[in-house]
Design a protein around this ligand. Structure first.
Ligand code: UD1
Ligand code: CA
Length: 468
């Protein structure tokens, strides 16, 4: 070969336009539809992540209804916004993004309320558009009511899309429908958008009309069947949102099973964030995971626990009904039942936290225990400390918080109150029922309670006789 054929760019310049201006009337919400949460993140966040996975050079969100709240929610997320007001249809929506689109790029149109579409399903569309064609993502539906129908000619080539409201009875019988997702070369897209008219049943500028315009332009239109119908489901009402939530949860649960996690019931777990598990982790029913949760090898999570942004070390057991938020737990620890760990609770290996114990912004050293009915806040607790039942660290004087230090091997008696700021020395023992307000010396017994007094010759009152 004497001449080198130029290689096409490995990845075309991709710009993604996400339609999110619609009202979402059927959600009956004060909030924009695309901000409704799915698996703990707004619908729009799912779509933006998909665009990111495709290495989009630009992500443009077309906003209208609730524009300000959508904008402020995604401020600083590297997203561009185009305002569509009023909303005159999907074609008009894309038109608002045109000033931000590069003629040499490929535009991929996604919907802010179709959150589950996968990068792998979209990549072929982008490739087709990079080759100068128009690509549509389609599905076959047993009941295509409401969707735009894909009309093909006798040879099977795509001719145009007919919206349900504009379709004849014969056209309504077509089961192949438009998901709304498409990819096109930007320069051509701009031309077609400029030619859109609104002489249809809804008086809108239909994006779907670019199909017939492309054909008229001599540009081939290729329909790509979505690999999984579920991925193209949109959210129009709360029932559909709930269905998608179950779908996402089922997928996340099966990913955990595949990764070797035992789930007591894959249908009874909710992950609103990310769960990263080691080997042989067991999760009982009814648990909710939020933010990022890390469970090391052999961790067991009992039923009905809520964990948000938590790390649990190897071999640790979380008993039923615990609420753990922003905590780091070491290995071989025992937590619960009914324990509450709040942000910055840092528990070393072998710590035991029992029922109705709350730990906040406090560290506990190896093998320390607080087994019953205690509050430990703003404290550093050493190793092998025993916090007796009902011990309260009084960290708050009504205006400010103060710190408490409890050194290694100290024991606090049942129902003791440690008034911060205070230090309890190593090996100190505090008698039950003591309220201590000053440093407690190491290695000694400190008791701060009224002595018991016994009155000699005292007689218990007797009940007066009736009628006297
Ligand atoms: C659209 C398609 C239809 C397809 C269906 C799939 C058109 C004309 N029709 O119909 O072929 O089968 O989606 O669900 O494109 N939006 C705006 N601005 C507007 C109008 C809509 O941003 O002016 C956004 C909406 O917020 C939504 C998306 O575009 O995210 C789709 O709008 P929707 O009204 O649901 O379109 P359909 O009539 O269902
Ligand atoms: Ca819709």
């Amino acid at each position: 070969m004497s001449e080198r054929t130029p290689h096409p760019p490995a990845t075309p310049l991709l710009q993604v336009v996400i339609l999110a201006a619609g009202k979402g009337t059927r959600m009956r919400s004060a909030h924009p539809k695309v901000l409704q949460p799915l698996a703990g993140r707004p619908l729009l966040a799912h779509v933006l992540a998909t665009a990111q996975a495709l290495q989009a050079q630009r992500r443009i969100v077309v906003v209208g209804h609730g524009a300000e709240s959508v904008r402020s929610r995604f401020e600083g997320a590297g997203v561009d916004f185009a305002l569509q007001s009023p909303q005159l249809g999907t074609g008009h929506a894309v038109l608002q993004a045109v000033p931000l689109l590069d003629d040499a790029a490929v535009a991929l149109v996604l919907y802010g309320d179709v959150p589950l579409v996968q990068p792998a399903a979209l990549a072929p569309l982008v490739d087709i558009a990079a080759g100068g064609h128009l690509a549509l993502l389609t599905v076959h539906l047993p009941d295509p009511t409401g969707y735009g129908r894909i009309q093909r000619d006798a040879a099977g080539a795509v001719q145009r899309i007919v919206e349900h409201k504009d379709a004849s009875t014969a056209e309504r019988a077509i089961n192949e429908v438009n998901t709304g997702i498409l990819a096109a070369p930007v320069a051509a897209l701009k031309r077609w958008l400029g030619a859109l008219r609104c002489d249809n049943a809804q008086g809108e500028y239909y994006l779907t009309d670019i199909v017939a315009l492309a054909i008229a332009d001599g540009v081939a239109v290729q329909a790509v069947a979505a690999p999984d119908v579920h991925d193209t489901l949109g959210v129009n009402d709360r029932a559909q949102l709930a269905q998608l939530e179950r779908l996402v949860q089922a997928r996340q649960a099966s990913a955990l099973l595949t990764a070797g996690v035992t789930l007591a019931d894959p249908a009874r777990i909710d992950i609103r964030g990310e769960v990263v598990c080691g080997q042989d982790v067991f999760i009982d029913v009814g648990c909710v995971f939020e933010g990022r949760v890390e469970l090391a090898d052999g961790v067991r999570i009992g039923p009905y626990a809520v964990l948000r942004d938590v790390r649990v070390g190897a071999g640790s057991v979380v008993q039923p009904f615990c609420h753990l938020d922003g905590a780091a737990i070491g290995a071989q620890a025992q937590i619960g039942p009914f324990a509450r760990l709040r942000p910055q609770a840092t528990l070393a290996d072998g710590v035991h936290i029992g029922n109705f114990v709350e730990v906040k912004n406090a560290s506990m050293g190896p093998s320390s225990k607080a087994n019953h009915l205690s509050y430990v806040g703003d404290a550093e607790v050493g190793a092998r400390v025993n916090i007796g039942a009902g011990t309260i660290v009084a960290n708050y004087d009504g205006a400010n918080k103060h710190r408490t230090r409890i050194e290694d091997d100290a024991h606090t008696g049942s129902n003791s109150v440690l008034v911060a700021p205070i230090t309890v020395g190593a090996g100190a023992t505090i008698g039950a029922g003591s309220t201590v307000t000053r440093a407690v010396p190491a290695g000694k017994l400190t008791v701060a309670r009224a002595r018991a007094v016994t009155l000699e010759g005292w007689k218990r009152p007797t009940k007066k006789s009736e009628g006297s």
